[in-house]
Design a protein around this ligand. Structure first.
Ligand SMILES: Cc1cc2nc3c(=O)[nH]c(=O)nc-3n(C[C@H](O)[C@H](O)[C@H](O)COP(=O)(O)O)c2cc1C
Length: 127
């Protein structure tokens, strides 16, 4: 799959949190976000938006290497055999500091210093 559709969409609707991994000189770096924040910001088939309040190291990493992976999962979504599914979303990302998107993020999350924008390229289920 290369889009947020079908089971990936179900997971975006159900996941409690999102793990976001970037690569630094010192290896992988994992940060979090809430599924609720993703849903509040709205998302499309190929773009996910998160409020960025911290993410300093993430921003530093993305400036050097914009590849990113996200993991979302929920027991409420059916897997191949049993309840529970998760998927890895791979693509590129950037932290944006100005523009309409950032205004929309700040309107909902006044503490945000920008928007973490993920451009989806590949989606793989894990269960
Ligand atoms: C479940 C969860 C949700 C989080 N939500 C946000 C968020 O919406 N925005 C944010 O900037 N940091 C959020 N954080 C905190 C960051 O993951 C954490 O502060 C991170 O270390 C900061 O990024 P950095 O290490 O790249 O500087 C969240 C963490 C968790 C565990």
């Amino acid at each position: 799959m290369n889009k947020i559709e079908g089971v990936a969409r179900e997971l975006c609707e159900a996941s409690e949190f999102v793990a976001i991994v970037t690569s630094g000189d010192d290896g992988p770096h994992v940060v979090g976000n809430w599924g609720e924040y993703l849903r509040r910001m709205g998302y499309t088939e190929d773009t996910l938006v998160f409020p960025a309040g911290r993410y300093r190291k993430t921003e530093e990493n993305l400036a050097r290497n914009n590849r990113v992976q996200l993991l979302i999962a929920s027991k409420k979504v059916m897997g191949t055999r049993t309840p529970g599914q998760g998927c890895v979303i791979a693509g590129t990302a950037e932290i944006v500091h100005a523009g309409e998107l950032v205004d929309a993020v700040k309107a909902k999350f006044p503490w945000a210093r920008g928007a973490l924008v993920v451009h989806v390229e590949n989606v793989q289920t894990q269960l």
